[in-house]
Design a protein around this ligand. Structure first.
Ligand code: ADP
Length: 226
């Protein structure tokens, strides 16, 4: 383990872990830009599928609106295909996957020969999460998390996400506790796992994310067991 992909200058394989509203998407977006690897958000992929009415979208729509998790088999197939696209050859930032131990085990299998997996676990208290999600607005056109007036990315108008209603937010947090929180235990013994306090201004969190990523890559490069 730990070998770089032959023709990649550096391999950056990142999983952003954490509850809904922890800031995974924001940090993943930034890492994707600065480290030049694609951001792979399973939530975005599913929302696109729902919008374009594909078979996956039709299956996922009600599950997502109820705040539950889409089936592991579908999610694993989606991520497997996405990681095999050429732009993910030298790495990726995963946002929203894995969300269950079954998905994490499948991801470990996909990582054979791809270099180490860095897991950044964003920690934010529940009352802060509820507040953030209840006031979150996204762009109607491109789905980006956005500023108060219009989407800074494409200029589209802003809407509240269907699953950001207060009852669904509480359900999503429960689902996180039950199905995704066990991943902290699953990954925590690895030297490439770091927990980050996400309850700080975005630029302070960003600096902590960068430092944790560089330290994890360093640890992996020194051949510390994965
Ligand atoms: P959040 O902002 O709550 O982290 P996402 O945008 O990542 O939400 O995902 C929205 C919804 O899409 C989830 O509540 C879930 O229904 C579905 N989903 C996304 N990723 C996964 C996954 N890896 N496994 C199962 N369901 C998923």
């Amino acid at each position: 383990m730990g070998a770089l992909q032959g023709d990649c200058p550096a391999t950056i394989n990142v999983v952003m872990l954490g509850p809904p509203g922890a800031g995974k998407g924001t940090q993943a977006e930034r890492l994707s830009r600065t480290r030049k690897v694609p951001k792979i958000s399973t939530g975005d992929i599913l929302r696109e599928a729902v919008q374009s009415g594909t078979a996956v979208g039709r299956t996922a729509k009600e599950t997502m609106e109820a705040g539950s998790l889409v089936g592991d088999d579908i999610m694993i197939a989606i991520v497997h295909d996405r990681l095999n696209r050429p732009d993910a050859h030298c790495g990726f930032v995963l946002d929203g996957f894995p969300r269950t131990v079954v998905q994490a085990t499948a991801l470990d299998r996909m990582m054979a020969d791809r270099g180490p997996l860095v897991v950044l676990n964003m920690v934010v208290p529940e009352d802060v999460l509820v507040r953030r999600l209840a006031t979150r607005r996204i762009c109607r056109k491109c789905g980006a998390n956005a500023a108060p007036e219009a989407c800074g990315k494409c200029g589209g108008t802003l809407i509240t996400r269907v699953d950001d209603g207060i009852d669904i937010v509480r359900e999503r947090l429960k689902v996180y506790q039950r199905q995704t929180q066990p991943l902290v235990e699953y990954y925590s013994k690895r030297p490439t796992f770091t927990s980050i306090d996400g309850n700080r201004p975005a630029d302070v969190v960003a600096a902590a994310v960068d430092a944790a990523l560089d330290a994890a890559i360093g640890a992996a490069g020194r051949g510390v067991a994965q």
